[in-house]
Design a protein around this ligand. Structure first.
Ligand SMILES: NC(=O)c1ccc[n+]([C@@H]2O[C@H](COP(=O)([O-])OP(=O)(O)OC[C@H]3O[C@@H](n4cnc5c(N)ncnc54)[C@H](OP(=O)(O)O)[C@@H]3O)[C@@H](O)[C@H]2O)c1
Length: 227
């Protein structure tokens, strides 16, 4: 399994969770990881670096022969009014959230296609259906991720590869640490279930997508919390 953005937050939880299940996990992020496990390897890379992504996939196949699962988890957010958002931030968000997801999906997809099996899971956000003010660029980048998964589900179906997306509600990680409590409380009230999500809620949804029995489940987005 490849998990992007596995150094901290939801990705870190997922790496430990799937290692616990006996799955070999190849993780990556821009910084070193302190996760030590005999079946875990960490690559320091930016997910938008095409050559680095290709190298990770090439070396993974050489060593482990195949890739069964890809979790496109790496993501960044910048929450600000558009008047205060420089283009450099827009570029960074699209590079990480969209280009990174595309590159890993394309490279892992090629490997999975040879094996006629694969499960790809992307991460989107409630900011898309809520169309959150102050998160226009983040939401736009995640909307792109969602639509890309829907289209790739069609492209990859003949190879036995499914492509799905999970949208966690707010999960208390560094990503949202600076959002004011007042704003967060309002957001939680807009969900059917007024509580924060936890990484294990995300893992539960991913488990469903990964199952052999979920071969017919593709091009879907699951919004947790009743968004
Ligand atoms: N937390 C929430 O409320 C929430 C809600 C909805 C959706 N999500 C989505 O869930 C995913 C995980 O978010 P999180 O809350 O766990 O965030 P987080 O705690 O900030 O972790 C983000 C992870 O991605 C890595 N990363 C960031 N940019 C990268 C890049 N360019 N290349 C490689 N790795 C990169 C980070 O490691 P390095 O710093 O070492 O690169 C880190 O491991 C994201 O896609 C996010 O949009 C989160």
């Amino acid at each position: 399994m490849i998990i992007t953005g596995s150094r901290k937050g939801i990705g870190r939880f997922l790496a430990e969770y799937y290692l616990e299940k006996g799955i070999t996990v190849i993780g990556c992020s821009r910084s070193e990881s302190d996760l030590k496990h005999e079946h875990y390897e960490h690559y320091c890379l930016d997910v938008s670096d095409e050559k680095a992504v290709q190298k990770l996939v090439r070396e993974t196949v050489k060593k482990h022969r195949k890739i069964d699962y890809l979790i496109n988890n790496a993501g960044i957010a910048s929450m600000n009014h558009s008047f205060l958002t420089p283009l450099s931030i827009v570029e960074k968000m699209f590079k990480t959230n969209v280009f990174g997801t595309f590159l890993f999906t394309r490279e892992a997809g090629k490997v999975m296609s040879k094996n006629k099996f694969g499960r790809i899971v992307n991460m989107t956000t409630f900011a898309v259906p809520f169309k959150l003010e102050g998160e226009a660029v983040y939401a736009a980048s995640k909307a792109a991720v969602t639509v890309m998964a829907e289209a790739l589900a069609r492209e990859y179906a003949i190879y036995g590869i499914t492509v799905n997306t999970v949208a966690p509600p707010a999960v208390q990680t560094d990503l949202i640490a600076h959002v004011k409590k007042e704003k967060m409380d309002k957001l939680l009230q807009r969900q059917a279930i007024h509580r924060f999500g936890e990484a294990k809620d995300v893992a539960n949804t991913i488990d469903f997508f990964l199952r052999d029995e979920s071969a017919l489940v593709t091009g879907q987005t699951v919004y947790l919390g009743g968004v």
